[in-house]
Each structure stands twice: as structure tokens, then as C-alpha cells.
Design a protein around this ligand. Structure first.
Ligand SMILES: NC(=O)c1ccc[n+]([C@@H]2O[C@H](COP(=O)([O-])OP(=O)(O)OC[C@H]3O[C@@H](n4cnc5c(N)ncnc54)[C@H](OP(=O)(O)O)[C@@H]3O)[C@@H](O)[C@H]2O)c1
Length: 292
């Protein structure tokens, strides 16, 4: 049977509510037995890994630092008896993308989480061109190529999901993290577009739009813990729960409220000025760090 006939003959994935009602609610039955987390060594990526491991999903974990990646892999193998593969490397590099795709090749891949991010802080004109290129490489090119490489096999199996980690900043211009914010807008729009293109082929695409979340990455950038109660485990849990209900999930009531107020109620010029005030302190933390 040719690919097109095969796709036509394949039953479409039932909506989540129907699956729950029919009793077929095991995550691996619905989506697949493996997941890739691109950017998995700590923070939200590690939280996704723990949440998926708890659902008995085998994992491919990608990040630059070998030690935390291997430590997490060992923790999850021992705690949940799952298989974990580590693909160490910089997602900005084409060689790492090939390595990750090769690790995933032939697996019953059910979930892809595009989580890694490059977030240079400071005035746009003061940023090195290399830094800006890395934003495109890590936040834009890597998710595009991973999704383009992995989704066809998922479509052929008629099941699977992709989560694209975007941000509150992806809804609104954000001075001093302009390139990062623009890359998050790219991911949100990519997620929304693919959600529609693939929803009738059994693939759930979800853009996960976060406000401040307590992670090592946030604490490092801001010089303090994120405000509020949103932690990485809650965000990962909420995003996985929201699969099938895309195109966008915004974990946390305060995050949802802030997004609505800032994008719909406050005039855009005022909203951008408010964000500029909040990122001034980020730039100060960075300047203090580089001076010391
Ligand atoms: N935390 C927040 O408040 C917040 C808010 C909104 C959106 N988000 C989004 O949520 C995602 C995760 O945030 P986070 O705070 O958990 O970030 P984080 O603490 O900086 O962690 C990012 C993960 O990605 C990996 N990574 C980063 N650059 C990489 C690269 N070039 N190649 C391979 N791996 C790379 C890091 O591991 P290595 O360093 O080992 O490579 C780490 O495991 C990001 O997309 C971020 O934009 C976070």
C-alpha cells in the first residue's frame, strides 16, 4: 500500500474526551512509547522528562551538559524502569540535530518537546551578532528541523504530539530581550499553524506559553527566584494534560490573566513600556555579573 493510501485507510486519532470515555487513556497507547525532550538537563525540560517517565514513556534527552543529562537519565531509569537515551550536544549545531534525529529514528516516538532556548539579555544594538545568530539557531532553526524531521513518521503512524515552549513575551514586544521574544512569537505561530495542519492526522501540536516559572535558568537570568507559585513540574503537567486541546495552553491563572490584560486591555505602547521596566532589572543583573 502506498503512503497516501495507507494514510487514507488509517483511523484518525479520536479526541481526548472520547478516548477517556472509552477507557483507552494510557498515555503511551494514545501517543506512543517514546518522547524526545530537546533541552532536558534542568528546569522545564527535566520536569517534562519526570512527568513523561511517570507515564512510563521512554525518553531521548538532549542538552549540552553531559553530567546533569546522565544523572537525570539514571534517576529516571531507576525510578520508573524506563529506557533513556542521551544525545549530548549543542542544538545550534547541525551535527547535534542529526545526532538527535538518528537517536529517534525507528522509535515509536509519541511526543516531541521543543524546550531549549537561548535568551541573550540587553539592548539589541549591544548584542554580538553571534549571540543573535544563536537565538535563531537554537530557538527557531532547531525546532523547525526537529519537527520537520520527526513529524512525518508520527503522521504515518497516525498518532503523536509536539509541545513548543513559548512565552508571555511571545505575545508582545519586549525590550532588552527582543530577539528572544521574537523567537517565542515565531514558536507560538508555528505551533498554532501546525496544530491546524496536523490535527486531522492524529497529531496534537501545542504551544505552551509561560510567564515566570521557577527554574535554574530563570534564577540565573533574573538573579532571584521567579515570583508566584508556578514551578516547572506544574507547567509540564499542565502542558501534557492539555495535549489534544491546542493550539495554545497558558499554565497558571496569573499568567493567563496577565496575558489577557496586557494583550487585549492595555494599549500596546503602554504594555511594551511596562515590559521594558521589568526587563531593566534583568539587564542590570547581567551587567553586575559581567562586571564582577
Ligand atoms: N523559566 C521561565 O520563567 C520561562 C518563562 C517562559 C518561557 N520559558 C521557556 O521554557 C523553556 C525552558 O525554560 P527554562 O527556564 O527551564 O530554561 P533553562 O533552565 O535555561 O533550561 C533550558 C534547557 O535547555 C538546554 N539548552 C539550552 N540551550 C541549549 C542548546 N543550545 N543546546 C542544547 N540544549 C540547550 C539546557 O541544558 P544545557 O545547558 O545542558 O544545554 C536546559 O536543559 C524555554 O524555551 C523558555 O523560553 C521559560
Amino acid at each position: 500500500m502506498g503512503a497516501t493510501q495507507e494514510q487514507a485507510a488509517r483511523p484518525k486519532t479520536a479526541p481526548k474526551a472520547a478516548l477517556m470515555a472509552s477507557g483507552e487513556h494510557r498515555f503511551t497507547d494514545r501517543l506512543g512509547t517514546w518522547a524526545l525532550i530537546a533541552g532536558a538537563s534542568e528546569g522545564l525540560g527535566a520536569a517534562f522528562a519526570r512527568q513523561l517517565a511517570g507515564r512510563r514513556v521512554n525518553l531521548v534527552l538532549a542538552a549540552r551538559r553531559k553530567e546533569p543529562l546522565e544523572a537525570l537519565a539514571q534517576e529516571l531509569r531507576s525510578a520508573f524502569g524506563i529506557e533513556v537515551r542521551c544525545a549530548e550536544g549543542d542544538l545550534a549545531s547541525p551535527a547535534t540535530l542529526d545526532k538527535v534525529l538518528a537517536e529517534c529514528s525507528g522509535l515509536d516516538l509519541g511526543v516531541v518537546v521543543c524546550n531549549a532556548a537561548q535568551a541573550p539579555i540587553g539592548d539589541f544594538l549591544a548584542r554580538e551578532v553571534d549571540d543573535l545568530n544563536r537565538v535563531v539557531d537554537v530557538n527557531v532553526r532547531a525546532p523547525l528541523l526537529l519537527l520537520r524531521g520527526l513529524l512525518p513518521a508520527m503522521v504515518a503512524r497516525g498518532r503523536g504530539a509536539a509541545i513548543l515552549m513559548t512565552s508571555f513575551t511571545g505575545h508582545l514586544g519586549t525590550p532588552r530581550i527582543a530577539a528572544y521574544a521574537a523567537s517565542k512569537a515565531f514558536l507560538r505561530v508555528l505551533g498554532e499553524s501546525l496544530w491546524y495542519e496536523l490535527k486531522d492526522q492524529g497529531i496534537d501540536v501545542l504551544a505552551c506559553s509561560c510567564g515566570a516559572v521557577r527554574t535554574p535558568g530563570y534564577a540565573m537570568a533574573a538573579g532571584k527566584e521567579a515570583p508566584g507559585t508556578l514551578n516547572a513540574e506544574k507547567v509540564a503537567k499542565r502542558a501534557l494534560w492539555a495535549l489534544g486541546g491546542g493550539p495554545v495552553v497558558m499554565p497558571g491563572f496569573v499568567n493567563r490573566l496577565a496575558t489577557i490584560v496586557m494583550t487585549r486591555l492595555v494599549p500596546k505602547r503602554t504594555a511594551i513600556a511596562i515590559l521594558a521596566r521589568s526587563t531593566r532589572s534583568l539587564a542590570q543583573v547581567r551587567d553586575t555579573r559581567s562586571a564582577s
